[in-house]
Design a protein around this ligand. Structure first.
Ligand code: NAP
Length: 285
């Protein structure tokens, strides 16, 4: 059980975790924190939090479980503000989409990665933001990756794992670097492709017509280009090395595809499309 839960950043992810834990009866009071009161008032109205503070140092007072659900670029400042005012029994976790940068932020703010900090990342989300986007079922049956470091306390790890399981998630652990490589390929690169495709088409002189006739495939492929730009700027910068490596590889493959189209090599195209379809069918079903 969590006595007092502090959610720093009451948006899609932080708000959904609060709702899931509340619905399970797993926590007592829930304190929210953000910069603007409009979103926090909405979070109170929706029953996500009981009350709020706009200063993270106030929000974590007396909390035994703290969730950092702010954009990656805000993590280091948040660690610096809360580190000296946490309750003695507090455990802190985050939900950031890249892990190396958050671990570096914790180290920079605290001198070392503190034993009470358990880095985490729920592999769940939508393209929507803010408290109004939150829903209790978001993590049901979805994976959450924890990337504890050598200094992470076992007890903290157990408590964070337990909370995510109560929220309905399947928890796995992996090293920080491995997480960032895997997520660069499966999430970060697809978002870069979606943003770039929409931007590229919208710059064409006949873009109005292009978008007017865009059908299901275009909508499916580009849904994630409606995601929050600040969040994705932070992710691209935070996971720069792994993202550049996988993007370069993708660019090589795209060049090969273009070469095959240019030389009219139907066999090469068919082989590529068949292999890709088989791989997707295998992992989706
Ligand atoms: P979100 O809906 O925009 O929520 C972020 C919240 O943080 C907002 O309510 C915002 O409120 C607050 N905030 C922003 N900057 C802040 C700051 N400097 N200090 C304090 N609060 C701040 O975003 P989200 O989708 O929940 O993402 C939150 C985290 O989850 C990010 O680190 C992201 O990488 C990670 N994540 C996202 C997804 C996804 O699909 N969306 C999936 C997995 C993980 P104010 O603007 O009022 O401060």
């Amino acid at each position: 059980m969590i006595r007092r839960l502090a959610i720093i950043g009451v948006g899609l992810i932080g708000g959904s975790l609060a709702l899931a834990l509340r619905r399970a009866g797993y926590c007592g009071e829930v304190i929210g924190c953000g910069r603007g009161v409009a979103n926090l008032d909405e979070a109170v109205r929706l029953g996500i939090i009981d009350r709020y503070e706009t200063d993270p140092a106030q929000a974590v007072q007396g909390a035994d479980f703290v969730v950092l659900a702010v954009p990656l670029g805000a993590m280091q400042d948040t660690f610096a503000v809360i580190r000296d005012v946490l309750a003695a029994d507090a455990v802190v976790t985050d939900v950031g989409s890249a892990k190396g940068s958050v671990v570096a932020a914790a180290r920079a703010a605290c001198g070392e990665v503190p034993p009470w900090f358990v880095p985490g990342h729920p592999i769940a989300g939508t393209e929507r933001s803010g408290a109004t986007a939150a829903f209790a079922e978001l993590f049901q049956g979805r994976r959450v990756i924890l990337t504890p470091t050598a200094t992470t306390a076992d007890d903290a790890r157990r408590r964070v794992r337990a909370a995510w399981e109560v929220a309905g998630a399947v928890v796995e652990e992996m090293p920080v670097e491995h997480h960032d490589e895997v997520l660069a390929a499966t999430s970060h690169l697809p978002h870069m492709l979606a943003f770039t495709l929409v931007e590229s088409l919208s710059r064409m002189s006949d873009s109005d017509e292009i978008f007017r006739y865009a059908a299901g495939g275009f909508r499916d492929f580009t849904r994630i280009a409606s995601s929050d730009p600040v969040m994705w700027r932070d992710i691209a910068l935070a996971n720069r090395d792994a993202l550049l490596t996988v993007t370069q590889r993708y660019r090589r493959d795209l060049d090969e595809l273009m070469d095959a189209i240019a030389r009219g090599d139907g066999q090469a195209l068919l082989r590529l499309f068949q292999d890709a379809k088989a791989a997707r069918d295998r992992f989706c079903h």
